[in-house]
Design a protein around this ligand. Structure first.
Ligand SMILES: NC(=O)c1ccc[n+]([C@@H]2O[C@H](COP(=O)([O-])OP(=O)(O)OC[C@H]3O[C@@H](n4cnc5c(N)ncnc54)[C@H](O)[C@@H]3O)[C@@H](O)[C@H]2O)c1
Length: 336
């Protein structure tokens, strides 16, 4: 990790954050990783069983919006980097009640930024000694750009979010950008497409499909099921976030698309085909079409060329079909 010594990773007990920590803690034994997580319904410390006893791993249960707590963590651990995964992340929940999305995704991010600024800088564009390299990385989503019928969004595309979730993530990104422009805080933002892989909460689409088919329950599908999402294996997203954190330019945003666009109906078919190669009891599946989600975006698509041209990402993504198949089989082995 070159220059970083003590990195605060928020939301590290969630899906992507835990995959990230499992990768980083082992790879960078000379860097301390401090995981601040509120352990909401989406957080689970079991996801970190492999690394929990490593000497460079520390866990703190708490809220990123808690100014006193975050300030004390920065002081105690001399935090010189932040990677902010912590969020309320489920679109459906944001439609039911956006309150926690505003609190965590917007106010929480603002609080982290403010404490980072106070800890690392004397005044705008003037760093405290020892913190010139310090960086704040915001983990964002392709959903901030909204829906696109054809083509793909690049990093200069306007934000046009639809749901309270994507609006709260958009708001957070704008505040991150303002701390960079106004105060000179070193920031980067990554905007990834839909992740899949181990430790994903059972309320998210792929686990819902798996549990429905394996329990012989109709798979709930919004609208006509033809909404298109781009999928990325979580390991790939984590490696690119690592690359951005190390090599990205301050003030820049980087799209992370998986290059695997597929409709929800076709994805269900793929998952089913993977299931039947190892689960003999399953011979069929059914779909329960339900009323479309309010504000449901039709298609997401982001252009990846910046991480390739500017950061040297080798376009070396996991094979989508193989990694999905691998994930499905592991899921069946560990849950059924
Ligand atoms: N999952 C995806 O497909 C995807 C795609 C693009 C971007 N993202 C973004 O990546 C990040 C991680 O997503 P995920 O799928 O791992 O989410 P997740 O819901 O699985 O995990 C979120 C984690 O944050 C913690 N948390 C929630 N509120 C908190 C608070 N106030 N203080 C401290 N911790 C808190 C939870 O306990 C949980 O461990 C989010 O910012 C999300 O917007 C996710």
């Amino acid at each position: 990790m070159d220059r970083f010594k003590n990195i605060l990773v928020t939301g590290g007990a969630g899906f992507i954050g835990s995959n990230f920590l499992n990768h980083m803690i082992i790879k960078y034994s000379d860097v301390n990783f401090i995981n601040l997580d509120l352990l909401t319904y989406a957080g689970n410390l079991d996801y970190l069983n492999v690394v929990k006893d490593y000497p460079n791993y520390f866990f703190i249960e708490g809220d990123i919006s808690d100014s006193k707590l975050v300030t004390s963590i920065f002081k105690k651990y001399s935090v010189d980097g932040v990677i902010n995964f912590a969020a309320e992340s489920h679109v459906d929940n944001s439609i039911g009640d956006p309150s926690d999305f505003i609190k965590t995704n917007i106010n929480g991010t603002f609080n982290l930024l403010k404490v980072a600024y106070d800890s690392w800088m004397i005044s705008p564009f003037k760093h405290k000694s020892g913190f010139l390299h310090s960086r704040f990385h915001q983990v964002s989503t392709d959903e901030v750009y909204g829906s696109i019928e054809q083509g793909s969004f690049n990093e200069n595309s306007a934000y046009n979010p639809s749901s309270p979730y994507s609006s709260s993530k958009s708001s957070a990104d704008l505040i991150v950008k303002s701390f960079n422009k106004t105060y000179g805080l070193n920031t980067t933002i990554s905007l990834s497409s839909n992740n899949f892989g181990p430790n994903q909460n059972r309320e998210k689409f792929i686990p819902v499909v798996l549990n429905s088919i394996l329990n012989n329950v109709p798979v709930p599908v919004y609208g006509d099921g033809k909404n298109i999402r781009d999928w990325i294996f979580v390991d790939d997203n984590c490696k690119i976030i690592e690359l951005i954190f190390k090599k990205g330019l301050s003030g820049e945003s980087y799209n992370i698309g998986g290059g695997n666009e597929i409709s929800n109906l076709d994805l269900i078919d793929l998952i089913f085909n993977s299931i039947i190669t190892c689960s003999k009891n399953i011979t069929d599946y059914q779909i329960n079409f339900i009323d479309d989600r309010f504000g449901h975006d039709r298609r997401y698509s982001v252009n990846n060329s910046k991480i390739i041209s500017d950061l040297g990402w080798s376009n070396d993504f996991s094979n989508f079909h193989k990694s999905l198949d691998f994930y499905v089989k592991n899921y069946i082995n560990s849950h059924f």
